[in-house]
Design a protein around this ligand. Structure first.
Ligand code: AMP
Length: 359
C-alpha cells in the first residue's frame, strides 16, 4: 500500500490523465505524466513530467525509477513500452489487459470465452475472408479494423449490396473483424473498479448517447430494469476478475429489447477510466478518477453512491465556447480540459448537472 506523498506514473497526457492527476492531488498523491505531446492537458496539473516518445528506453527507465507505480490513461500504450516498464516498476492494471483490448478480435474472443454475449463476429484478413465472414455473420454488419479504432474511426457499415472488395480496401487492407449489427434499444456502460485484493465496486449503470460516433451525453442511472442492471454489473465483475484487473475499467454494452425482455450484449472493454464515467466527478461520492488512484495505490476503494439523477454532456469542438453561459447556470458543473485548439470532434470539456432523484 502506497502512502500519501507517493508518486503515480501515468502514461499519456490527455484529459483522462489530467483528471486522474487532479484527483490524486486531492489525496496527497503526486502524479508524474509521461507523454510525447508537449501541449498535452495533463502537463498543466502534474507534479513532474517526462516529454518523450514511448519508445525512448532511457526516458522510460528514468520514469520507472522515479515513480511508485505506473498506470495509463489509454489502451494503445505500445506492448513493448508496457513490457519494458514491467521489468522495472509495478504496472497497474497489468499489461496483459492492454494486449487483450488493443485488438478487437482477441477482446471479443476473451468476452465470448467467459460465456458473455457479444455481437456475432468473424476475423477478416483479406477480401476473400470478408465474403466468408459475411456468409457467417450476415448483414447489416460492421467491418472494423482490429487495432487503433476509436470514436467510429476504422469502421464501415456493410449494407446489402455493398461491394466487399471496395469495402475492405477502404479500411486500408488492415486486419479486420466483421461484427453483426446489434439492433439495440440503448447503449449502457458499467464503470467499475477492482482493488489489489479483488474488492470490486461498480457505479450505477449509465446510459450513453453517441452523435457522429462520439459520446455526446451520459445519464445515470440507465433506464433499464433492476435485474438488467445487476446482470450488467455481474458481467463487468466477471471480466475484471478474469483479467486479474486492478484499477477502473468500463464495459460498454448494448441493451436489446426482445420478447424475452432486455438482453445485454458486450461491445467493448476500456481498461482505463472512461468518458461515460465523468459524471462521477460531481455525481458520486468517489469519482472514477479518485477510485482509479486508490486502486493502483493499493488503497481501499471508495463509495460509488450516486448523489442524484445525473447528466453529463461532452463539450465537443466549438461547444466549449458556451463556457460563460454554463458558468452562469445554477447547478451546472463545468470542466474544461485546457486544450489550446478547439478542432471539430475534439473533446474540449464536459458539463454535469445533478438533479434530485425523482425530478
Ligand atoms: P465502437 O468503436 O466499437 O465502440 O463502436 C462505436 C459505436 O458504433 C457504438 O457505440 C455503437 O453506437 C456503434 N456500433 C458499434 N458496433 C456495433 C454493432 N455491432 N451493432 C450496432 N452498433 C454498433
Amino acid at each position: 500500500m502506497l502512502r500519501p506523498g507517493a508518486t503515480i506514473g501515468i502514461l499519456g497526457g490527455g484529459q483522462l490523465a489530467r483528471m486522474l492527476a487532479s484527483a490524486g492531488a486531492r489525496l496527497g498523491l503526486l502524479s508524474h505524466i509521461y507523454s510525447p505531446v508537449a501541449d498535452d492537458p495533463a502537463f498543466d496539473v502534474c507534479a513532474s513530467r517526462t516529454l518523450a516518445e514511448f519508445s525512448d528506453e532511457d526516458a522510460l527507465a528514468k520514469f520507472a525509477a522515479a515513480v511508485d507505480v505506473v498506470t495509463y490513461e489509454f489502451e494503445n500504450v505500445p506492448a513493448a513500452t508496457a513490457a519494458f516498464l514491467e521489468t522495472r516498476a509495478r504496472v497497474r492494471p497489468n499489461p496483459r489487459v492492454l494486449a487483450l483490448t488493443q485488438d478487437r478480435l482477441t477482446e471479443k474472443e476473451f468476452v465470448r470465452d467467459l460465456g458473455i454475449e457479444t455481437a456475432p463476429f468473424a476475423s477478416v484478413e483479406d477480401a476473400g475472408a470478408l465474403a466468408r465472414a459475411v456468409a457467417r455473420v450476415g448483414r447489416p454488419s460492421i467491418l472494423k479494423t482490429r487495432r487503433f479504432g476509436y470514436d467510429g474511426k476504422g469502421q464501415i457499415f456493410l449494407r446489402d449490396g455493398a461491394d466487399l472488395a471496395v469495402t475492405f480496401r477502404a479500411l486500408g487492407g488492415a486486419p479486420c473483424i466483421l461484427e453483426g449489427f446489434v439492433p439495440f434499444a440503448r447503449e449502457v456502460s458499467v464503470v467499475a473498479a477492482r482493488g489489489e485484493n479483488g474488492e470490486f465496486r461498480a457505479y450505477d449503470v449509465c446510459e450513453n448517447v453517441h452523435e457522429h460516433h462520439i459520446l455526446a451525453v451520459t445519464t445515470a442511472p440507465a433506464k433499464i430494469s433492476g435485474e438488467t442492471a445487476e446482470a450488467a454489473v455481474a458481467i463487468a465483475q466477471r471480466i475484471a476478475d478474469a483479467a486479474d484487473y486492478v484499477g477502473v475499467l468500463a464495459v460498454e454494452m448494448f441493451v436489446v429489447e426482445g420478447s424475452a425482455g432486455e438482453q445485454l450484449v458486450v461491445n467493448e472493454i476500456a481498461p482505463r477510466v472512461h468518458n461515460s464515467g465523468h459524471w462521477t466527478l460531481d455525481g458520486a461520492v468517489t469519482s472514477q478518477f479518485e477510485q482509479h488512484m486508490r486502486a493502483v495505490a493499493g488503497w481501499p476503494l471508495g463509495s460509488t453512491r450516486r448523489h442524484g439523477r445525473v447528466e453529463m454532456r461532452n463539450l465537443i469542438g466549438a461547444d466549449a465556447e458556451k463556457w460563460r453561459d454554463i458558468l452562469n447556470e445554477d447547478g451546472a458543473s463545468l470542466h474544461l480540459y485546457g486544450k489550446k485548439e478547439a478542432r471539430p470532434g475534439r473533446k474540449m470539456g464536459h458539463v454535469t448537472r445533478v438533479f434530485p432523484e425523482d425530478a
